[in-house]
Design a protein around this ligand. Structure first.
Ligand code: ADP
Length: 158
């Protein structure tokens, strides 16, 4: 059976931190599905299709990486796709506390599911989409935080 990992998040926008987690997960899994969650309560800065397009472009040389969008519970998506592994990145102890409760709740709802955590590489510990959004919103240059091959500016905003 193929080992498939689902990497859920907002990816608003994708950063080098996300890219690094996916690339480092590739030797561990046959496939990694980047899943952009549509969260009605969380207003995104960039349109969904645009976020998807950026991710597609970043991983265009990696056939094992695909990108989808979804609504609702991540465990329901895992059930539907018959995926047994959720991939998440860990930066700080705050991430850990948050991830622990979600991971344990998910395990309660779907006992076959395992959440696999990769520690962020040190240079990306401080990197998050929120700060990148703030830089772009204020007209700054966020290119060093964004994967190579894509460019994100204020014009891409919703
Ligand atoms: P969320 O909105 O759930 O925080 P994100 O799109 O911000 O989703 O992140 C999705 C996943 O990517 C999470 O597991 C998060 O911990 C991880 N991640 C985000 N930034 C980094 C980074 N700089 N290094 C490692 N993992 C990261």
């Amino acid at each position: 059976m193929k080992r498939v990992a689902l990497f859920p998040g907002s990816f608003d926008p994708i950063t080098r931190g996300h890219e690094s987690i996916v690339l480092r997960a590739l030797p561990l899994f046959d496939e990694v599905i980047v899943a952009i969650g549509i969260n009605e309560q969380k207003q995104s800065l960039f349109p969904l299709e645009q976020r998807k397009e950026w991710i597609r472009k970043v991983f265009s040389d990696y056939p094992a990486v695909s990108v989808i969008t979804y609504e609702g519970l991540t465990v329901e998506l895992c059930k539907k796709l018959d995926v047994r592994y959720i991939l998440r990145g860990l930066r700080t102890s705050a991430d850990f506390e948050f991830e622990r409760s979600i991971g344990q709740m998910n395990k309660k709802m779907l006992p076959d599911l395992e959440t696999v955590f990769l520690l962020t590489t040190p240079e990306f510990t401080a990197l998050n989409s929120y700060i990148v959004r703030d830089i772009i919103r204020n007209g700054g240059d966020a290119s060093q935080f964004i994967p190579e091959g894509i460019s994100i500016t204020n014009h891409h905003r919703k």
